[in-house]
Design a binder for this molecule. Structure first.
Ligand SMILES: Nc1ncnc2c1ncn2[C@@H]1O[C@H](COP(=O)(O)OP(=O)(O)OP(=O)(O)O)[C@@H](O)[C@H]1O
Ligand SMILES: [Mg+2]
Length: 280
């Protein structure tokens, strides 16, 4: 790396990074939390957004209970900056909660209020957005609006089929945010490369030569599972094991400025989220 950590990002405003998958349970939330922690350890100022409507998971992994969520911003009761929670691990956190689907239903005046509150959230290099699985409207809006998208899959055939499905949906939209692959729960790097090669064979053939880079891989590690039970992030509990090294390597690769298009910042991100909502 060698450069001043975060220097590039700071001149660009907040980059938005969406972690998504076709199939559920492949490790999105775990990786969002730990990638965020790895980025913070590299000197980036990181905020995690829980964009999953189902169970609010990030806060469980961080061991915090947020008092407010995006709904409070949508209703004009709080600004975005006011609903940020601090964690013990160097990353901040915003709960999407029931406010996420509400973003699809805002009138013009509410949209304006929401966008105004955006301006209050400054000082972050990266917003990591954890989504639910699949191609539901609430997930896809966030994915399409992000500067960078990481599609998580495991080597299981069902996870790969569903990864293919979400890649197809994303790549057929005119916005086409850049996508990279992160393969979780693998036995070896070779195993991860096989998964990527298999997926790329199909995307090349059926999606106009599309090729997705492997941004990282994470082995199946019982310590990761254990960290969930302990409600203490893996990178904090087990910083020196191989899977932690590999998560840090993936975080560095994701942040590599040579590897990124310009960011549209948080205002651009939420503007896109809201505009998809009004398209529907
Ligand atoms: N590399 C890994 N090794 C071992 N266990 C893992 C690994 N990655 C994730 N897990 C375990 O898999 C389970 C599911 O992970 P997680 O909740 O992060 O998935 P998810 O994709 O966010 O799920 P959902 O789609 O329900 O939101 C967790 O219990 C976690 O401990
Ligand atoms: Mg999750």
């Amino acid at each position: 790396m060698g450069n001043t950590p975060g220097a590039e990002q700071r001149t660009q405003g907040t980059r938005t990074l969406c972690i998504t998958s076709g199939k559920g349970g492949v490790g999105k939330t775990t990786l969002s939390v730990n990638l965020g922690i790895a980025m913070a350890a590299e000197g980036r100022r990181v905020v995690l957004l829980d964009g999953d409507l189902g169970l609010a998971n990030i806060n469980v992994q961080l061991g915090i209970s947020p008092e407010f969520n995006i709904m409070d911003v949508v209703k004009g009761r709080k600004t975005l900056a006011e609903i940020v929670c601090k964690s013990k691990y160097g990353v901040d956190f915003i709960s999407g909660g029931t406010g996420i689907p509400q973003l699809a239903n805002l009138g013009a005046a509410e949209q304006a209020t929401f966008m105004e509150s955006m301006a209050s959230l400054t000082g972050y290099d990266v917003m990591v957005i954890d989504t639910g699985a699949g191609i539901g409207a609430n997930v896809i809006r966030f994915v399409l609006a992000a500067d960078d998208v990481v599609v998580v899959t495991t080597p299981e055939p069902t996870a790969m089929t569903d990864a293919y499905g979400i890649i197809k949906t994303i790549s057929s939209n005119k916005l086409k945010p850049p996508m990279k692959l992160l393969v979780n729960r693998v036995a070896s790097v070779k195993h991860a490369e096989q998964v990527v090669e298999r997926l790329n064979t199909v995307t090349r053939r059926f999606m106009n030569g599309l090729h997705l880079d492997l941004v990282g891989y994470v082995p199946l590690d019982p310590l990761i599972e254990k960290s969930i039970f302990q409600q203490r992030p893996h990178l904090v509990s087990n910083p020196s094991v191989k899977s932690a090294d590999l998560i840090r390597a993936a975080a560095n690769r994701i942040l590599d400025p040579n590897y990124q298009k310009p960011s549209s910042g948080l205002a651009g991100f939420f503007q896109k989220v809201l505009s998809f909502a009004s398209d529907r």
